[in-house]
Design a protein around this ligand. Sequence first.
Ligand SMILES: NC(=O)c1ccc[n+]([C@@H]2O[C@H](COP(=O)([O-])OP(=O)(O)OC[C@H]3O[C@@H](n4cnc5c(N)ncnc54)[C@H](O)[C@@H]3O)[C@@H](O)[C@H]2O)c1
Length: 697
Amino acid sequence: MTQAQYSTQDGIAIITLANPPVNGLGHELRTGIVEGVRKAETDPAVSAIVITGAGKAFSGGADIREFNTPKALAEPNLGMVIRVVEGAAKPVVAAIHSVAMGGGLELALGCHYRVASPGAQIALPEVKLGLVPGAGGTQRLPRVVPLDMAVNIIVSGNPVPSEKFKGTQLFDAIYESDLLANAVAFAKQVVAEKKGRPKVRDRKVEFADAEAFLRFARNTAQSVAPNFPAPVKCIDAIAGAVNLPFEQGLKEERRMFVELVQTPESRAMRHAFFGERAAGKIPDVPADTPVREIKAAAVIGAGTMGGGIAMNFANAGIPVTILETAQEALDKGLATIRKNYENSARKGRLKPAEVEKRMALLRPTLSYDDIKDADIVIEAVFEDIGVKEKVFKQLDAVMKPGAILASNTSTLDLNRIAAFTRRPQDVIGTHFFSPANVMKLLEIVRGEKTGKDVLATTMQLSKKLRKTGVVSGVCDGFIGNRMIEQYFRQAGYLVEEGASPQQVDKAIEKWGFAMGPFRMGDLAGNDVGWYIRKRRYQERPDMKYPRLMDKVCELGRFGQKTGAGMYRYQPGKRDALPDPVIDQLIARHREEIGVTPRKISDDEIVHRLLLALVNEGARILEEGIAMRASDIDMIYLTGYGFPLHRGGPMLYADVMGLYNVVDRMKQFAANPHGDAAFWTPAPLLAKLAAEGKSFNG
Ligand SMILES: NC(=O)c1ccc[n+]([C@@H]2O[C@H](COP(=O)([O-])OP(=O)(O)OC[C@H]3O[C@@H](n4cnc5c(N)ncnc54)[C@H](O)[C@@H]3O)[C@@H](O)[C@H]2O)c1
């Protein structure tokens, strides 16, 4: 069946867009629309046309399945379809329900009339992919809604419900029910009253002092998103609607679209968009794998992580029982959760009634008897294999058959944990990031024996909890922390050689990271890394480590929680202040290891930190711990403050060119204080570089 279904009703042709799930404007649908319009034009029994969408959308815009394929631009392209609709010999009415986004809205703007249901989501989200709308959106929208409203919609990319457009000329009518029947009646009325075929393009943008407003909007966009070119370009394109003849404005919009597609920022944003979708696909776990129902959850441990994890369930409306060993710990954990919710309410992010609603979903307990019926239990107790063993044996004994037993461990061997139970197929790692109620990332650790349905269920759960779920195999540190260890090692070397901690942090923050390595260490607790390093010194005596951070830890300087780390902190404040004690410690340490400090450029700092991530990422990919390079990037974008406009470490390496990556690593290895073993390119990286290939294909 064609994707643009044609029917007639009372002398009105109805073209129904039918390309599930959201009627994406793929090639077949575009062709079908043109054919439908042509058929209606030549049918003497038809006096007008209604375009409507089947299922759950009018149209969500471009068909993302066609992205990066020749079909995306094949004629009839969307611009051509809109020209056909706009130039149709008979009036065309768009009947919009549910969703009209991107190209879907641009198509509607090409129609002579638009009617809608309330609650339809109206948006031009192209800016979120680093682009401007490419089929007239920036030219037509400001002609039917006030200029400031158009700018907000286009620059934010966020959806606005249809009823908010009352009083504008976007919609000719909003119908509470029976949209299609009403649209047909509307079309008949248009014909009866000879209202003709008004075109949006023929309107003028009316706005007092548009130039001043656009200048203000440009400045705001520049300061809010300095690393992204698209928002300002959106405003430039809209300015064309104000200042230029329509056709010329359209051409300018197209020119900007083509220009932006080439930018690394847009490439990065599209990579993240598709990376998020790709992460949900597991080659050997088909989409139709049965999932287990998650109606009730339990969390073991009400500490830093347990509390945050429990909040995720409450936020998603899933009741969650929290188990602790002592009433005091339980009370403390629940008080922290309440405080977090009340803070959100104070900041206006949560309605006060919601606080109580969510708190009511949390059930504290000291007894395993109260959790045995949970569909999933997430363990977040101390990071100690002995404690985990006790907990998992107990869970194995009490939990109902089919319950998922998850561990939030960040460093321990999940296969060992699974082996504490008689049901390793039900055991999985759910590695949340701190603060667990805020951070988007959920590393889902697939054990050797984890069942496919358990994996599919946990992936689905990650969506319900509004997390980006990324699968990792079992290894020390999993994907994210295994890579960050190398990044921290490199940060230590940089200071040993001559950079100050502030210079290292500032250089990578200027490059775009949310937080440099030393500020990050002070926030997370330097003792965590120290504990791991002490283990490494036993396990891998061959591996060189900069010992500076150990000396910082030996002073009890664990970071913000102890009031001092690589920086000092004033009581109750989080500002990282340089500390002369650290300067002296660094100077003494350099003397002890016989290093004469040298000046290190910011560029060297940034690339040594990044390429440390890239090289370990390549190993992780080669070992199959990560399924694909974009999964690694998603982990860094959503869990480690990697800047979105750079797209993640692996994409950055691709953009740099893997040959150049290897070449740079050779230079780093040749540095007299360089660690040649550190900079030996991972075999996969060396191979791809030699073949002129990239990580992301
Ligand atoms: N803190 C982080 O940034 C972070 C990030 C990711 C993962 N993790 C992992 O999450 C887990 C918990 O870490 P945390 O930082 O929340 O620790 P925490 O010390 O803040 O909390 C642990 C809690 O578990 C409770 N507990 C200990 N033994 C218990 C038992 N047998 N039964 C029930 N409760 C018990 C303790 O009373 C405490 O409240 C660890 O495995 C850790 O590696 C931590």
